[in-house]
Design a protein around this ligand. Structure first.
Ligand code: SF4
Ligand code: SF4
Length: 101
């Protein structure tokens, strides 16, 4: 399984989840409006879920019905992407700390 990041993260992207993820599997790019969790890397530890200030993170099988479209969106974000390049892009992406708190 994996965890999924949903709509409330859009344009928030404060990065609180990135700070607590023990395996660094949460990614974005400077041009992407939310964070995504790499399904193949997530170890289902649940550490990210409670720290999200907008409650955007769910276990995949607990994703609310009105957010289900974010499951394929999360998987598709990683298709064809170079993970090393994505790590660099994630580091370079701005965090909108003030909007989230
Ligand atoms: S559940 Fe754990 S491993 Fe998966 S994204 Fe969240 S913090 Fe990272
Ligand atoms: S903690 Fe929540 S709002 Fe902040 S970047 Fe992660 S998923 Fe988005």
């Amino acid at each position: 399984m994996t965890y999924i990041i949903t709509e409330p993260c859009v344009n928030v992207k404060d990065g609180a989840c990135i700070d607590v993820c023990p395996v660094d599997c949460i990614y974005t790019t400077p041009d992407t409006n939310q964070m995504f969790i790499a399904p193949d890397e997530c170890i289902d530890c649940a550490a990210c879920e409670p720290v999200c200030p907008v409650a955007a993170i769910f276990a995949e099988d607990q994703t609310p019905a009105n957010m289900k479209q974010y499951v394929p969106l999360n998987y598709n974000f990683f298709k064809g992407k170079d993970m090393n390049e994505l790590k660099e892009l994630t580091r370079a992406a701005p965090r909108k700390v003030n909007e989230a708190h």
